[in-house]
Design a protein around this ligand. Structure first.
Ligand code: FPP
Ligand code: MG
Length: 473
């Protein structure tokens, strides 16, 4: 493969007249440098490169989510207390550091805001001006007068996001204050989605503890998720960049749409929109009156041709996977690039890096659901089939064994269905094929990173990308 790539690139170099005055050997050496794998990292752990920012993450988020209600505070901070993977903020922070290695003259798409937050906050004005005017320009400053934001009790002028971010100078870290805030916002949106997801999935554990729905209640978990989204939205607005506001707001809608596609799989359920409840009973959902026009995904539903059906199911699966997982990663990577002032080709590659990494991450997650035990992943394993979800491993088996279509359509709800499905995955190498699929996205993500200059941060991203493929939890 490498030699094929090498000879193709060498031919291109020679064709470009690159070596008219140099020898063939020089051309080979140059080509080798282009295609050779990244130099081995000096570090084992990508986390170490942003450890200072990462250790500040939970504390900074805590400053953004304080409320006047003690129980709401307990629920909304619950998932931040336990050690999560924090993979999304980690990617945003390392990518931001890697982007800072692009010469600043090439980063003039927008005016880069390198001001340290704490210094900016010194210009916040007097309490009376905070009461009525719009003060400041930093991510810690409100856009509307605080009295308006606070609402009913004007005596207490308390900015919901009142404590300025810790000072971590851009000059030393290469990470802009806005990019650090972006990392916090991304983790808040993700955590909100987990609180909701555990209600939907009837989970009983997460991060080695009872999940939010169990530790509190469904009602409190849903409300805490909504609250986190509200506070994330305030922080998004204060980034004061319309392009980034659009990207991040879209991720919230995408998460919901992805979860809905998972809940109601129109391709695999014979177009039947009725809901099968936990007790096996069927809930008929209302039909549209036509008063509000609705747009549908155009997926072919139940063709007579098996191959067409499998193809449609994979297309649906990948679209759902993008919306549910890769959207937040890709759009936050894009947002980090936008904030860095980089040019369009860099922004595009950062977006595609996040997209490919996100797809790889979720496909591996779907594979781990079949292979991990509960202890190693801190949440119930092998839950997908029990929840009626058809992910890549079973779709690969279905491709070989058309009869599995009936099980998939009835969401594995008959006794013995789950075991039959698991055996079929084993028989038709569903897990191996799923790993190949994830590997393809991993390689694409690594290619996207080539747009960034060689740096420790880029090597850390490469290491992290490879480790997504080999992770066991
Ligand atoms: C985990 O999936 C869940 C998600 C990646 C997204 C869930 C999205 C929603 C519930 C929509 C609501 C969104 C917001 C922003 C409030 P999983 O069940 O496959 O993973 P798990 O095993 O960790 O539970
Ligand atoms: Mg879940």
């Amino acid at each position: 493969m490498l030699s094929r790539q090498l000879s193709r690139r060498t031919t291109r170099l020679l064709r470009c007249g690159y070596s008219t005055s140099s020898t063939f050997k020089t051309a080979i050496e140059t080509a080798e440098k282009i295609v050779s794998p990244p130099s081995p990292s000096k570090f084992q752990d990508p986390f170490s490169i942003v450890s200072h920012e990462m250790s500040n993450l939970a504390k900074s988020i805590a400053n953004l989510i304080g409320s006047g209600h003690p129980v709401l505070n307990r629920v909304s901070s619950y998932y931040f207390e336990a050690e999560g993977k924090n993979v999304r903020p980690l990617i945003v922070l390392i990518l931001s550091k890697a982007l800072s290695k692009i010469p600043v003259e090439q980063r003039n798409r927008i005016e880069i805001d390198t001001f340290d937050v704490t210094e900016q906050s010194l210009f916040k004005g007097t309490p009376s001006s905070q009461n009525s005017t719009i003060a400041g320009k930093s991510i810690d400053d409100s856009l509307s007068p605080l009295a308006i934001l606070h609402g009913i009790n004007p005596k207490v002028i308390l900015d919901p996001l009142s404590k300025p971010m810790d000072k971590l100078p851009y000059i030393e870290t290469g990470i802009l204050p806005k990019q650090r805030r972006l990392a916090e916002i991304v983790e808040m949106i993700h955590t909100a989605s987990l609180l909701h997801d555990d209600v939907i999935d009837l989970s009983d554990s997460r991060r080695g503890r009872p999940s939010g729905n169990i530790a509190f209640t469904n009602k409190m978990a849903v409300l805490a998720g909504d609250f986190l989204l509200g506070r994330a939205s305030v922080a998004i607005a204060r980034l004061r960049n319309p392009e980034v506001i659009e990207l991040l707001s879209t991720t919230i809608a995408n998460l919901v749409e992805g979860e809905f596609m998972q809940l109601k799989n129109t391709v695999l359920q014979n177009g039947n929109e009725d809901e099968i409840l936990n007790d096996g009973s069927v809930k008929t959902i209302p039909q549209p009156t036509g008063k509000v026009p609705t747009k549908l995904h155009e997926y072919s539903v139940q063709s007579v041709d098996h191959e067409t059906n499998v193809e449609a199911a994979f297309e649906y699966y990948l679209h759902k996977t993008y919306l549910k997982t890769a959207s937040l990663m890709s759009k936050s990577c894009r947002a980090a690039a936008v904030l860095s002032g980089s040019q369009d080709d860099v922004i595009e590659n950062c977006y595609n890096f996040g997209r490919n990494l996100g797809l790889c991450f979720q496909i591996v997650d779907d594979m781990l659901d079949y292979t991990s035990n509960e202890k190693s992943i801190g949440k119930p394993s092998q839950a997908d089939l029990k929840l009626g979800l058809a992910t890549a491993p079973i779709l690969f088996a279905w491709k070989e064994e058309p009869k599995l279509g009936d099980l998939i359509a009835r969401k594995f709800n008959q006794p013995g269905d789950v075991e039959l499905a698991r055996n079929a995955v084993e028989k038709y190498n569903g897990l191996e094929k799923t790993r190949e699929m994830a590997t393809m996205y991993c390689h694409e993500a690594l290619k996207n990173l080539r747009v960034l200059p060689d740096s420790e941060a880029r090597s850390a991203l490469e290491l992290l990308t490879n480790s997504v493929l080999t992770r066991t939890n």
